[in-house]
Design a protein around this ligand. Structure first.
Ligand SMILES: C[C@](O)(CO)[C@H](O)COP(=O)(O)OP(=O)(O)OC[C@H]1O[C@@H](n2ccc(N)nc2=O)[C@H](O)[C@@H]1O
Ligand SMILES: Nc1ncnc2c1ncn2[C@@H]1O[C@H](COP(=O)(O)OP(=O)(O)OP(=O)(O)O)[C@@H](O)[C@H]1O
Length: 283
């Protein structure tokens, strides 16, 4: 029997480090980063429509329907496969926007993977990742669904197995635009490329952090606060700041000491994306 509806997670990611190694002629930056997923996610509900329309039934403040990465992903897949099918899509947004957790990119990836399933359009993971890259540099890793070492603009992915700690994530009260950080004059763009082995030995840093904390005092304050308890890092171009703990209890203990006015959450790091965990369970 053909499936007519599906409910799927669109999880968050963390960049465990982020080196900016250069800038391409088209203005995009070349990076080295390590992606790991979190078990916190938006949820997307999909129902097939026979009339070919794509309707996003949820309004996202500040994002028009046509700009929403979910609608754009659905239209891209339709155009690429010439399917006559459409979909009603409902988004349950949980991930903070402009937080460096990749929520928009993850929504786009879940749309590509979910509709490819429902519409039976039969694209491979590699084909979906290539389509996703047209929507954003972070989309391919969410399509792949495996923690990965990334190069290029984030699309050259090598799957890796990492420790899976619990993370305490602080959500500073500011919305960071990725383009704004990458276009800042002060961003250093010449970090020497390293190997995964070198990262495992010496660690890495986030080259976007000095610019982000200069522009947003709320990020600096969150880093100072979390550094009292663990090594605090920033994901992507910010704003979220995170630290790793060996278990949920330790992370919760620190969270309980934070000011109540600061938004935060505890989540488990996972090498397999919750999206792929769910799809494989149902397979
Ligand atoms: C910083 C990261 O989150 C690390 O994972 C990603 O590289 C950002 O990926 P993303 O949010 O999917 O970004 P995109 O939507 O592709 O790009 C937003 C804007 O950021 C800048 N940008 C982004 C990625 C990149 N490697 N170099 C860039 O210069 C470009 O000006 C681009 O117009
Ligand atoms: N479905 C969506 N969910 C969130 N943001 C969306 C979506 N569609 C479009 N956007 C736009 O994308 C911008 C970035 O949102 P997102 O939540 O992905 O930020 P982010 O976590 O900082 O991403 P990244 O780490 O990939 O830069 C939003 O400010 C919004 O304008």
């Amino acid at each position: 029997m053909n499936l007519v509806s599906l409910s799927l997670p669109a999880p968050a990611k963390l960049n465990l480090f982020l080196h900016v190694t250069g800038r391409r002629a088209d203005g995009y930056h070349t990076l080295q980063t390590l992606f790991q997923f979190l078990d916190i996610a938006d949820t997307l509900d999909f129902s097939v429509r026979e009339d070919g329309q794509v309707l996003l039934c949820t309004d996202l403040p500040g994002v028009s329907m046509n700009d929403n990465l979910i609608t754009r992903a659905a239209h891209l897949l339709q155009q690429h496969t010439n399917t006559r099918l459409g979909a009603d899509i409902t988004l349950h947004k949980r991930l903070p926007m402009g937080g460096g957790l990749g929520g928009g990119s993850s929504d786009a990836a879940t749309t590509l993977v979910g509709l490819n399933h429902l519409w039976q359009t039969g694209l491979s993971g590699a084909e979906l990742a290539a389509l996703g890259l047209q929507l954003g540099a972070d989309v391919p890793v969410f399509v792949l669904g495996q923690a990965a070492w990334a190069e290029g603009v984030g699309e050259q992915l090598t799957p890796v197995e990492l420790d899976e700690p619990w993370y305490l994530v602080l959500v500073p009260d500011c919305h960071v635009s990725t383009a704004e950080i990458f276009s800042d004059q002060r961003l250093t763009r010449d970090t020497q490329a390293i190997t995964l082995a070198a990262f495992r030995e010496q660690g890495g840093r986030n080259d976007c952090l000095p610019v982000a904390e200069e522009r947003y005092p709320a990020i600096r304050n969150a880093l100072i606060l979390l550094n009292n308890y663990c090594e605090a890092k920033m994901t992507g171009t910010g704003s979220c700041v995170f630290g790793a703990f060996p278990n949920e209890r330790e992370a919760d203990k620190v969270r309980a000491r934070l000011p109540a006015t600061l938004q935060s959450f505890v989540a488990h790091g996972c090498n397999r994306s919750p999206l792929h965990q769910m799809l494989n369970k149902d397979a």
